[in-house]
Design a binder for this molecule. Structure first.
Ligand code: HEM
Length: 225
């Protein structure tokens, strides 16, 4: 492939990874805010889940959209990583570690671990295949009892450990991903640069702390059935 062609393909992959990544980050923020309703008790939490289930067309459109975006993100990110490796067959002897943050150097690793976490999470809390104790459970209003499922899950120290580890990996991945995506999409500006660089770590910390608060509040009995 000619140099300009290769440049264009790399650029289109970078834009695809950035746009799909920002879309997924949006879902993660939205999901965390939705899950915070666990502090309002079973009524509010189960009503939110029921609201989505009552509109199967909307639910499945969102699910398929999310899956498509996730596939685009993963495939294009792998393509980019392979292309970068091919373009630099001999590893640098002196790596510029001082310039690149730990989060940016470990994107492939945190991305892969995050994928494993998400697959586990879906099998666990969405498909009920890891623990089916609350599969057909309904609350007093007849809504699926997602609240009790979450409370039951985070009483188990093993799941608490797995979910806390998942949040650390998510935080690291998001921290570099959001700033990097904004940079790729050309949002960086000489004066506002510091603000854009701070957006990624701030959103990552917000999501990570929000999720950790839910997990630990349930584990320590602050939220109970
Ligand atoms: C404390 C942390 C979290 C809790 C308590 C939680 C809880 C849940 C629950 C209860 C469901 C099933 C909803 C239902 O059956 O109606 C679910 C689904 C899901 N979660 Fe989470 N989640 C957490 C973190 C995450 C994270 C960090 C991600 C992604 C990185 C994620 C991605 C998803 C996805 C993709 C679904 C499927 C949505 C669907 O059914 O369409 N979750 N989560």
């Amino acid at each position: 492939m000619r140099r300009t062609g290769r440049f264009r393909t790399t650029l289109s992959s970078k834009v695809a990874v950035a746009l799909s990544g920002l879309g997924l980050a949006g879902f993660v923020v939205f999901h965390m805010l939705g899950n915070l309703q666990v502090f309002e008790g079973p009524g509010a939490y189960n009503k939110y889940a029921a609201f989505l289930r009552e509109m199967p067309m909307v639910l499945w459109t969102v699910r398929l959209g999310l899956l498509t975006v996730a596939v685009v993100h993963i495939v294009r990110a792998i393509q980019l990583a392979l292309r970068n490796r091919r373009a630099r067959p001999v590893a640098y002897t002196v790596r510029a570690y001082r310039v690149a943050s730990l989060a940016s150097r470990t994107m492939a690793l945190t991305g892969s671990l995050l994928l494993l976490f998400i697959v586990f999470h879906l099998l666990h809390l969405s498909a009920d295949l890891v623990d089916s104790s609350f599969h057909d459970h309904v609350d007093e209003r007849g809504h699926a009892d997602v609240f009790s499922k979450v409370i039951h899950a985070f009483h188990n120290p093993l799941y608490v450990l797995l979910y806390c580890a998942g949040q650390l990996v998510l935080g690291m991945h998001l921290s570099h991903a959001i700033s990097g995506s904004l940079q790729t999409l050309g949002f960086e500006h000489a004066v506002r640069n510091r603000v854009f660089k701070a957006v990624g770590p701030s959103v990552a910390l917000f999501v990570m702390l929000g999720n950790l608060v839910i997990i630990l509040a349930v584990f320590f009995g602050l939220v109970r059935t």
